[in-house]
Ligand binder design. Sequence first.
Ligand code: GLV
Length: 327
Amino acid sequence: MSRPHVLLARAVFPAVVERLREHFEVDDNPADIIHSPAQLTARLQGKAGAMTTGSERIDAVLLAACPELRVVANMAVGYNNFDIAACTAAGVLATNTPDVLTETTADFGFALMMAAARRMAESEHFLRRGEWTRWSYDMFTGSDVHGATLAILGMGRIGQAIARRGALGFGMRVIYHNRSPLTPEQEAPIQARYVDKATLLREADHLVLVLPYSAASHHAIGSAELALMKPTATLTNIARGGIVDDAALAAALHERRIAAAGLDVFEGEPAVHPALLTLPNVVLTPHIASATVATRRAMAELAADNLVAALTGGTPPTPINAAGLKR
Ligand code: GLV
């Protein structure tokens, strides 16, 4: 029996490519070329599976042109690059990589929040520019993280991991808003309090966004929401670009309506809103919250596990739409 053909849409660890070659005819992408939708459709011809990242959009148009496709394995926990309803309608299993990146991503979110609160990037740039000629008592004074109110929008696995760091490590008071509240058993160890979104914004010393992107969360933070925040507050986004209206955020930072921001994700990335690039009070990183060697390996292995199981009669460990496909 001929082996299934799969596409690795982006470059990935060579050991993972070799592992997949044990099961499949693998079309890989060691040059890491980013394909246009037309190029991706062309390369998917005859393929039963694909390993994708956020740069590949899997939608109804592509699926209609790739009738042999049976599984798309995203190497990311977020999957807003997938039209899940279209995948289910086309009988295509979609999978993602939850859990393996939770703690690593929470570490980075916390670091970005601290960097914004304590003005780390701004003061480092000052030093590198050779402007540090004398010390003064109010030089780069920021706001405390310990003991402050940590406000989390989106209290899934990563939100809870950030809340644990804040409550247990830094004595922070944790408030959160989510589609549904945690159970009392989940809230108790971190003394987290569920509040409505307006209360979250008003009471936040440090607001961290960890919610999935969808039409419903598009511009969940815009000028109206920013207007509710304290002028001393910080905002950190490690979720997805598009959850924040970047132009509105840049204006709020410029006018010091909030103190600072830490952003790992951007609307239209890798392009970054030009106003953000000129502001001193924002820490900018290129979508690297899960980027440790160990975690990126674990993500790639989990995506490979999903691909192998889906195409060899096994049970994919982390399916997104398996229930929908069964119906
Ligand atoms: C990264 O952004 C991911 O969703 O894993």
